[in-house]
Design a protein around this ligand. Structure first.
Ligand SMILES: [Zn+2]
Length: 156
């Protein structure tokens, strides 16, 4: 199950709508082993594609380096599907390398509903999991959504 703060869900949906019809993508980092998504990091879709996404190599490196420094890991890896159901595509499955991560897909075409869905992808096997959206975490930790995070992502 993915337990996630509603502000993070809102931020993912806002970014996905803003990028539509291009697929949006990003990371929500959390402390290693905590399974708690906290730090929202919108990413650039370097492919600027309507059917897949690719992190910009430079940003990818910077973001992963920063997580290393903070003893964080990607708790959520999210992207949008702009004209297909919110289920991992063949390339999503092939490129999934983080067995501890929750792979979240946001549909931006109302034809496919408006609920985000979350999956585990381990060795090519996809397992859907329940998403529990909460108003606050039990630990009372607050999500970190830097002001202008979306604008900053656009400027990279
Ligand atoms: Zn996909």
């Amino acid at each position: 199950m993915l337990t996630i703060h509603f502000k993070l869900v809102e931020a993912m949906i806002a970014q996905a709508k803003q990028d539509h019809p291009i697929e949006t993508c990003g990371v929500i980092a959390g402390v290693e082993g905590s399974n708690l998504p906290l730090r929202f990091i919108p990413m650039i879709n370097a492919a600027a594609s309507e059917t897949f996404f690719e992190f910009a190599p430079k940003q990818h490196l910077q973001v992963w380096r920063k997580m290393d420094e903070n003893d964080e890991e990607p708790v959520v890896l999210y992207h949008s599907h702009t004209d297909s159901q919110a289920y991992p595509s063949r390339s999503d499955i092939e490129l999934a390398t983080e067995p501890q991560a929750h792979y979240v897909i946001i549909p931006t075409n109302p034809k496919y509903g408006d609920e985000i869905r979350s999956f585990r992808i381990v060795n090519g096997t996809v397992t859907e999991e329940r998403v529990q959206v909460v108003n606050e975490y039990k630990s009372l930790e607050q999500p970190i959504i830097e002001n202008g995070a979306l604008a900053a992502a656009e400027a990279v």
